[in-house]
Design a protein around this ligand. Structure first.
Ligand code: TXA
Ligand code: MG
Length: 336
């Protein structure tokens, strides 16, 4: 299949493809999404196939207004309404009871559905002009780091999708926060672009899904159970500060390994390849997936990164690094 390159100023072509049941990658403020008509089984099946995504992992649906959620849910609980008013358009996906009108493939057979209004002009234009709710998971091959540029999408999906709307690099760089509003207490299933602290300032205390702090707990968000965001070389979190990181790097080099490092400042390390994630957590979120992807263009055999304190924006960054590491944490041996 030819994958068309579409300018964000020429969305008529994108609208035509979406209405014809084709799938195209679109920019959002978090990461690129792979979009298709949420009510069209044929389109949704194409999304799962192009990504190689397990069919038990539901997709989120993108809308252009609170009003448009009526296509997919019958009632909006007041907590959810307050979240929409405060954070939409924005990086918050809200799980609500589904009215069953979306393709059952979108919801993976669940009776709930995830909805989000993205804060990106091209995405909003496409949704409005097509009149469709757009199911859109991140536009990467399943398991790979999410795409934060049109090039990342092309690297993973050229030939597998009908088009790519090139909106340049994305702003936030990690996916939306997913919050479940179907139960008594609103629960964060996936940390993301909107912080827990910001949410609590609007609706009061929220829960974190048990799986986010206890690896043995089963995640309620199906997507969270898969290894994710991983470059080819294994990633390890290093417990401790910079000295611990340098110590581990030197030990692995002494063992004959070519080593990569990710750092949260602009300094270098003894590693063969060091990528900086910038000097703030916002910057780290923005650069993370590109850095993970760039290691695949090097010959490093192992990648090391410091553990960070998981609060605020760093909760999402830590969660993605933890997933990329498959939970592997190195505790350097004390030096005499
Ligand atoms: O920022 C984002 O959220 C991006 C952009 C493109 O909008 N999209 C994205 O989609 O990250 P995806 O499919 O890669 O991640 C959606 C997550 C998955 O972990 C999925 O399991 C979860 O949301 N999810 C979707 N519907 C759900 C539901 N009804 N109940 C629980 N979890 C759900
Ligand atoms: Mg994803």
């Amino acid at each position: 299949m030819e994958t068309k390159w579409i300018k964000p100023t020429e969305i008529e072509e994108g609208v035509r493809l979406l209405q014809a049941g084709e799938i195209i990658a679109i920019p959002t403020e978090t990461v690129y999404g792979l979009a298709g008509d949420a009510m069209n089984d044929v389109a949704i099946r194409k999304i799962f196939e192009a990504k190689g995504r397990p069919s038990d992992n539901p997709l989120i649906v993108h809308v252009a207004s609170v009003e448009q959620t009526k296509q997919f849910v019958d009632t909006i609980p007041s907590v959810a309404k307050r979240l929409m008013d405060a954070f939409w358009p924005g990086a918050l996906t809200i799980i609500l009871p589904s009215n069953g009108r979306a393709s059952s493939l979108v919801t993976a057979g669940l009776d709930s559905i995830g909805l989000r209004m993205p804060n990106h002009p091209a995405a909003l234009d496409l949704i409005r002009a097509s009149g469709l709710g757009l199911a859109a998971p991140s536009a990467n091959r399943s398991g790979r780091p999410s795409p934060t540029s049109a090039k990342h999408v092309a690297d993973d999906l050229t030939g597998r999708i009908a088009g790519i709307v090139d909106g340049g690099p994305t702003g936030i760089g990690v996916e939306s926060t997913v919050i479940d509003c179907t139960g008594e207490t609103a629960t964060i299933l996936r940390p993301g672009g909107v912080t827990k602290e910001a949410i609590e300032a609007v609706i009061g205390p929220v829960a974190l899904d048990a799986n986010l702090s206890d690896e043995t707990a089963a995640p309620r968000s199906p997507g969270m159970k898969y290894t994710h965001y991983a470059p080819t070389a294994p990633v390890f979190l290093v417990n401790g500060g910079r000295d611990a990181l340098v110590q581990v790097i030197e030990e692995r080099q002494a063992a004959g390994k070519r080593v990569g490092a990710l750092v949260f400042d602009e300094t270098t390390t003894p590693a063969e390849v060091t990528y900086s994630l910038g000097t703030s957590m916002e910057e780290a979120a923005k650069r993370l997936y590109d850095a993970l992807r760039r290691f695949d263009e090097t010959d490093v055999e192992e990648i090391y990164v410091n553990q960070i304190e998981p609060k605020g924006v760093a909760l999402a960054v830590y969660n993605r690094l933890y997933k990329a590491a498959g939970g592997k944490i190195v505790h350097p041996t004390e030096k005499a």
